[in-house]
Design a protein around this ligand. Structure first.
Ligand code: MG
Ligand code: ZN
Length: 362
């Protein structure tokens, strides 16, 4: 009898073991995706920031790591329009394109798919919201410098939250329209100063905090990327269907163009602080896939030497333009395993679509 009970208990243990093993193996789908793009953030940029930050970055918390190939349809070296479009739509296009294919036809973006499936959506940047990277997720124009057309495309979507600069492209337009009035008519709370963000806790929010671009972190931008990102998450997370949010650290790239290592490091550390808080949210939330990547490297940054204890690097640059090297992809949360490996930048889109369970044919 006792033997029988032991045997039963033994079987039960095995059964429970296999159940829990199965539960761990089941592919889990995220309800939310937060895609974070460090513009121009290659491995050297990350290593420099890590060194100056005391051999430590929040990005080190990721365990799922991959690499993406960044070339565009017409150039070995991409620009942010083509690479942003590749990640947003799954199609390689020409440099300068925003959300259109090589023939100039509009391509549906991951943000638009998320909207179609009832999710809340958002964009947060440290540049004009009309600039190439955020634009690639929401606008469809043949040329990235058509900022006023890009601003107008924001009104053709149901985006819930967008925060950055670019007020000028909504207000001082060649067509004489004031799109901030149209935004208000469409139910947005339009906010012009970062202090006003605190008052907004729900509903649609358009944060147009600067005429064009926010200043450098070192020139007084403060923690605006952090505040704006956490504000966006707080609002978007109220949607029972989940959300898609793209957060960009825009100016890491500009430090590369300027061959200014301090600019690169400050902007990367600012971006990394946001990565840390986003991971804190995602770990608590349990249903959020977080992806951190770049659109390309910039400057051909090399670290010829440095001093870990002195927190300094000896930086060299091969030029002042983008380069073609692969860029890292870090992922965490449900669905993050598929971000391991080496793949084209278009693979970011397909992996996000798969994670959400969206069918591109629909
Ligand atoms: Mg950008
Ligand atoms: Zn650039």
């Amino acid at each position: 009898m006792i033997q029988k009970i032991f045997f039963k208990a033994f079987l039960m243990t095995i059964f429970l073991f296999s159940i829990s093993a199965m539960a761990q193996e089941l592919p889990s789908k995220p309800k939310n995706i937060i895609l974070m793009i460090g513009d121009g953030m290659g491995l050297a940029q990350i290593t420099a920031a890590m060194t100056v930050n005391g051999n430590n970055l929040q990005m080190e918390r990721f365990t799922q790591i991959g690499l993406q190939k960044t070339h565009s349809s017409d150039n070995y070296v991409t620009d942010s329009g083509a690479s942003g479009t590749a990640m947003a739509t799954g199609e390689k296009t020409y440099n300068g394109a925003i959300g259109v294919d090589t023939a100039g036809n509009p391509l549906p973006t991951i943000l638009e798919y998320a909207e179609k499936h009832g999710k809340a959506t958002g964009l947060v940047t440290t540049c004009a919201i009309t600039h190439a990277t955020p634009a690639a997720f929401i606008a469809h124009v043949p040329n990235r410098s058509s900022y006023e057309d890009i601003a107008a495309d924001f009104l053709k979507t149901d985006i819930d939250v967008f925060i950055g600069g670019g007020l000028k492209h909504f207000r001082q337009r060649a067509d004489g329209k004031d799109l901030t009035l149209e935004l208000e008519e469409s139910g947005y709370r339009v906010v012009y100063e970062k202090g006003e963000l605190i008052d907004v806790t729900s509903g649609k929010l358009a944060g147009l905090l600067y005429d064009v671009h926010p200043p450098k972190y070192s020139e007084g931008r403060g923690d605006i990327l952090l505040h704006a990102s956490m504000k966006a998450i707080g609002i978007l997370n109220m949607d029972p269907d989940g959300f898609f949010l793209m957060i960009e650290g825009s100016q890491i790239d500009w430090g590369g163009h300027d061959n200014d290592i301090n600019y690169i490091v400050d902007e990367t550390i600012d971006f990394d602080r946001v990565v840390g808080q986003v991971l804190d949210f995602a770990e608590k939330n349990g249903e959020t896939l977080v992806i951190v990547t770049a659109d390309h490297e910039c400057g051909g940054l090399g670290l010829n030497g440095g001093d870990m204890s002195g927190k300094t690097v000896d930086a060299g640059f091969t030029g002042d333009q983008h380069t073609a090297v692969m860029v890292p992809v870090f992922a965490s949360g449900p669905g993050s395993e598929v971000f391991r490996g080496i793949y084209e930048n278009t693979g970011i889109f397909f992996r996000m679509m798969e994670a959400f369970g969206f069918d591109p044919a629909q």
